[in-house]
Design a protein around this ligand. Structure first.
Ligand SMILES: Cc1ncc(COP(=O)(O)O)c(C=O)c1O
Length: 427
């Protein structure tokens, strides 16, 4: 194993400017990037090419579920690569079948389809809904304001944020948005063409806002009454991030309700950094996408599924859902204490498990950085300088989406860094 995993190579002789210039000349500038050139990672830490260490509480936007260079992921990758990496979906292979079985066991009776990213499996659910409604002329999918469902044409049409749509109009038809956590607004929006509703259990990009139990239960009732499919986008908030496999399981704890949506999309933490997406669809609808109606070359490859299975084994063996709940609650409560101590800097803290948003107050007077950048980006820059990575969401919010195996001592280290930055701004 040792020679396979050897130490990471120096990148362009560890020259920050040289790497950045490779990007400037050759990479489409569709991302606003921070001034950090990464080299490698270990556990909850990432290192840049200058040797600076960062505590990675961003987790690659909720992806690095076991942190960096986890031996189980390295082993699954290398073991499976020695056998077969890819075979196409013309053939059966064990790991796709076993992964589907594991996901079905974690959710409920149904079947799974595998893709490569979050937006791709959302598209799969959109197609499933269209197939379901086709013969009755129903095609419209209702989503929510501030939602995020991905960057393809259907993804941006489904997403409830104007900034992702701007410049790409006209939107493809069949998507409308209504306010989140507002059951009356959803009920009022249903038209004869409506076939499905899609919501995130916890809105991520929109600012880390959990759904209320009443909202989820009400959506289920509404969908049953009107014969609509209820989809949950679990791409960011799923895979034990909230302390349970899916966020609705955590949100509905204690309600004694056997809630199940009709479809769930998954990606991000499922592959721990290896690209994989999946959707689960509930039994009555599980055979709607019959042979030849949907597919993708790479989806559910032996390599992707072996990695996802390896990750799932570690999460279950080490009870990392419980860890996400415990360390997440500690982190959130400690950040709430910062809100109490520094109300002029920290306006609010919300989230579930290891999906936490820290909302800054508007117009923090001595926040350094260019005025053209959002407060969230400028605050993130301060955190980076102090050795911590966190992910901006919108103009005012920093997201913490760390590995599910984050230690309490690492959470404490992160809190010390956040407090040092907040304290400096409050002075
Ligand atoms: C809730 C949600 N859905 C879908 C997506 C799109 O996933 P991907 O970027 O893998 O296409 C994201 C990505 O951030 C997301 O947070």
């Amino acid at each position: 194993m040792k020679e396979v995993v050897g130490s990471p190579p120096a990148i362009v002789r560890n020259d920050v400017a040289a790497v950045q210039s490779l990007f400037q000349q050759n990479v489409v500038p569709s991302y606003g990037r921070f001034d950090i050139v990464l080299s490698h990672g270990v556990g909850s830490y990432l290192y840049d090419v200058t040797g600076k260490r960062y505590l990675d509480l961003g987790g690659g936007i909720a992806v690095s579920s076991l942190g960096h260079a986890h031996p189980a992921i390295v082993e699954a990758l290398t073991e499976q690569a020695r056998k077969v990496i890819h075979s196409s979906n013309f053939y059966y292979h064990e790991s796709q079948g076993r992964l589907a079985q594991a996901l079905v066991e974690l959710i409920g009776p149904g079947k799974c389809f595998f893709g490569n990213s979050g937006v791709e499996v959302n598209e799969g659910l959109f197609k499933l809904a269209r197939k379901f409604g086709h013969d009755k002329g129903r095609f419209e999918i209702l989503t929510t304001i501030n939602s995020f469902h991905g960057r393809t044409l259907a993804g941006i049409a489904a997403t409830g944020q104007d900034k992702v749509k701007k410049g790409f109009e006209p939107m493809i038809p069949g998507f409308r948005q209504v306010p989140y956590n507002d059951l009356d607004a959803m009920a009022a929006a249903i038209s004869p063409a409506t076939v499905a509703i899609m919501v995130e259990g916890v809105q991520g990009e929109g600012g880390v806002t959990p759904a209320t139990p009443q909202y989820l239960l009400g959506l289920r009732r509404l969908c049953d009454e009107k014969e609509l499919l209820l989809f949950m986008d679990g791409v960011q908030c799923g895979h034990f991030r909230t302390g349970r496999f899916q966020s609705f399981q955590r949100i509905l704890e204690g309600t004694a309700n056997r809630f199940l949506p009709d479809g769930i999309s998954m990606a991000k933490s499922l592959g721990g950094g290896f690209p994989i997406g999946a959707f689960w669809v509930r039994t009555p609808y599980a055979d709607l996408l019959s042979a030849g109606t949907h597919g993708t070359t790479f989806g559910g490859s032996p390599l992707a599924c072996s990695v996802a299975l390896g990750i799932l084994q570690v999460i279950q063996r080490e009870n990392l859902g419980e860890n996400a709940r415990r360390v997440g609650d500690f982190l959130k409560n400690s950040l709430l204490a910062l809100h109490e101590k520094y109300p002029t800097i920290v306006q609010n803290v919300r989230g579930l498990g290891l999906m936490i948003g820290l909302e800054l107050t508007p117009n923090i007077p001595n926040l350094p950085g260019e005025a053209s950048k959002t407060q969230a980006v400028r605050f993130a820059n301060l955190l980076h300088s102090a050795g911590l990575l966190a992910i901006p969401a919108g103009a005012q919010i920093l997201r913490f989406l760390p590995p599910l195996n984050l230690r309490r001592s690492e959470a404490e280290e992160g809190l010390r860094i956040v407090e040092s930055v907040v304290d400096r701004l409050a002075a």
